[in-house]
Write a protein that binds this ligand. Structure first.
Ligand code: PAF
Length: 300
């Protein structure tokens, strides 16, 4: 495994791989790696000849009052996880390597960034779009791997790739959970034991959501209310949103179920903001909502 801090040196090494006919898989991260990241790296390992892991706490996706300065870091631990899971190249640039001066270019995906995390974190997805497109231009990967815990991020990056005809396949990867069900996140280290135990309500409500959806006859407002009521039973929980939308277009679901739905949660425990979600495919929905006519797609 080789570690790079300079764009030019990384580019040169990747170029050599590409000349040998290697496929390139990119796993973009902000470090403080956990099992969720490890699953992305090992999937990229299985599906590509050369795996590039980027570790960069990207300042442009943090708002002024967010946790940029205290975002957890552990470069030695990250390198161990990178190596164990088969990364070939690790790219760990300093901020001034990625942004020698403030970027004047904005990558702004409209519509789907105006709600969920985009509503509470203005500018966040512009920062994500900017850094991800810079990484795509530097690495020129065939495939890029993103965890579905950040489902809105996956939708935004996929839309950017589609709109800009970028030649990269976005590979969404399943959420990885701890044994207790909590979705793995670098920010979980901020939680006190009590906050962590109350935070399990997120995965609990998502687990029960299909059953509850059937009980409320497919009524998404009633399901949202039921999830919110259960979360509010936890005294340390402060709900930012509980939403049910179509995925990946993030629109209000209609009676004619044409695409997957996402149940998306953002809840604060003290100063720690946790997100979690569950996707329900058309087939999942067909099993639980008998009263809503499932529109048969053309050709089916
Ligand atoms: O999901 C993350 O860790 C970040 O948003 C990403 C994609 C690495 C961009 O900084």
């Amino acid at each position: 495994m080789q570690v790079f801090t300079k764009i030019s040196e990384l580019r040169k090494a990747i170029e050599e791989k590409r000349e040998q006919g290697c496929s390139i898989g990119l796993v973009p991260t902000m470090g403080f790696l956990h099992e969720g990241h490890a699953s992305l790296i090992s999937r990229a390992r299985r599906e590509n000849d050369c795996v590039v892991l980027s570790i960069f706490v990207n300042p442009t996706q943090f708002g002024p009052n967010e946790d940029l300065d205290r975002y957890p870091r552990n470069p030695e631990g990250d390198l161990r996880i990178a190596e164990t899971n088969g990364a070939d190249f690790v790219f760990m640039p300093e901020a001034n390597e990625m942004y020698p001066r403030p970027a004047a270019t904005r990558i702004s995906v409209s519509g789907i960034t105006s709600l969920l995390c985009g509503a509470s974190r203005p500018g966040h997805f512009d920062g994500v779009g900017l850094i991800v497109s810079k990484l795509f231009h530097i690495v020129k990967p065939h495939r890029a791997y993103f965890g579905m815990k950040d489902a809105q991020q996956v939708a935004v990056v996929s839309r950017m790739v589609e709109d800009l005809n970028l030649d990269v396949e976005i590979v969404p990867c399943p959420i990885v959970r701890g044994e207790d069900g909590l979705a793995l996140s670098s920010r979980n280290v901020y939680l006190s034991p009590e906050q962590r135990s109350q935070a399990l309500v997120l995965s609990e409500t998502l687990r029960k959501a299909p059953e509850w959806l059937a009980e409320v006859g497919g009524d998404t407002e009633r399901l949202k209310a039921r999830i919110s009521t259960r979360i509010r039973e936890m005294p340390l929980a402060d709900i930012e949103y509980v939403e049910i939308l179509t995925y990946p277009d993030l629109e209000a679901p209609s009676a004619e179920v044409e695409s997957s739905w996402i149940i998306a949660l953002a809840v604060r425990f003290g100063s720690t903001r946790l997100i979690d979600n569950r996707l329900l495919t058309r087939d999942d929905l067909a099993k639980v909502i008998h009263s809503i006519p499932m529109q048969v797609a053309k050709g089916e």
